[in-house]
Design a protein. Structure first.
Length: 351
């Protein structure tokens, strides 16, 4: 197995290997950069080893169902369960609308037809997500030589009106925290969210071994049954408020938290099992209603509130990006907006 650049394909690197029939076959790395090609080679070699030298076929496939089988096998081994589910559902929808076809018969025309049909049943955001997934499916196919072109390339996404990043103001937070005092576990989950900006899944998968009070750092890690949204690990500094909250939890009542079990979840049921996201989301909505706050608020608004507060306090956008775990600075910049009070101050200049 070796790496070589092919001048006939815009300088892209290919991995050459010997198949089960003792014939040399190429697999494109999809890149012309050597460091990326080397990373692909290492990953490819490891997969061959893990699968007892069973190398994915690089021959062009004929039908969508063949592509589905190969792609789903690939994503199941390389992506998170939630992402794998998206791929599975996209294939299901695509096959429902387009039906079984030969891959060389899938053109931009078929993709536009798929889009026009699917948008009648789902929101523009969902339709765009499925188009992105479909584009990735064909890119994977090209990567392994299963298909020769990507018919989704050049397809325009649907325009989506900008959504307001919902954050909860101080008065509303005071009401929410007041009614949540009756449920100390739920109160602590909310306070963690407000002081870290962590996603709900990240909070529920926190274990005591992830907290380093001496360095005042929370480690957001990938685990066997949990992967961060971006797949990257990060460190979250513990501020003074959160430091006090953690100390109170350590000396809490009713033996809810077992400190001697470092593998134990910070937020757990009485039987030390992890809460589900749905149960916490529903409980949060219950307290939102009890505090008589707007129905528009959901648990993720705590994350929006944290990021918005960071921006308002003048924290550098790059620092906020790192704290929030955003993969793209553009996502962070969406929280930076000019408010009406800023405009009022600006207009006074021309008086």
């Amino acid at each position: 197995m070796f790496l070589s650049k092919n001048k006939n394909t815009r300088g892209r690197y290919y991995v050459y290997f010997i198949d089960e029939n003792r014939k040399r076959r190429p697999v494109t790395t999809g890149t012309s950069f050597k460091n990326e090609a080397l990373a692909f080679l290492i990953e490819f070699a490891n997969k061959v080893k893990e699968n007892n030298s069973s190398i994915p076929s690089s021959r062009p496939l004929k039908s969508i169902s063949e592509l589905e089988k190969n792609v789903m096998n690939y994503v199941s081994n390389n992506l998170r369960k939630g992402t794998v589910s998206i791929y599975k559902n996209t294939f299901k929808t695509f096959m429902k609308i387009i039906e079984e076809k030969l891959l060389n018969g899938i053109t931009i025309k078929e993709i536009e037809y798929y889009k026009s049909c699917w948008i009648k049943e789902v929101t523009p955001s969902t339709c765009n997500i499925d188009l992105n997934t479909l584009k990735s499916i064909f890119n994977i196919g090209i990567k392994f030589g299963w298909c020769l072109h990507n018919p989704v390339k050049g397809i325009s996404k649907l325009r989506i009106p900008q959504k307001e990043k919902l954050s909860i103001n101080n008065e509303e937070l005071s009401k929410l925290l007041d009614v949540t005092k009756e449920n100390i576990v739920m109160l602590n989950i909310i306070l963690f969210g407000l002081n870290t900006g962590c996603r709900l899944g990240e909070l529920l998968n926190l274990q005591w071994k992830d907290i380093d009070l001496s360095e005042r750092i929370i480690h957001i890690r990938n685990k066997e049954n949990f992967k961060t949204k971006t797949g990257k690990v990060r460190q979250m500094p513990i501020n003074n408020k959160l430091n006090e909250i953690i100390k109170q939890m350590m000396v809490g009542n009713d033996n809810i938290i077992k400190l001697y079990d470092l593998d134990g979840y910070i937020f757990s049921k009485l039987n030390n099992t992890m809460f589900s996201r749905n149960s916490i989301s529903h409980k949060f909505k219950y307290y939102i209603r009890k505090a008589r706050l707007s129905e528009k608020y959901h648990f993720h608004c705590l994350r929006h509130t944290f990021i918005t507060n960071c921006i308002k306090k003048g924290i550098n956008a790059n620092y906020v990006q790192a704290l929030a775990g955003h993969s793209d600075l553009k996502t962070t910049m969406e929280y930076i907006h000019i408010g009406i009070e800023d405009l009022k101050r600006a207009i006074l200049v021309i008086d």
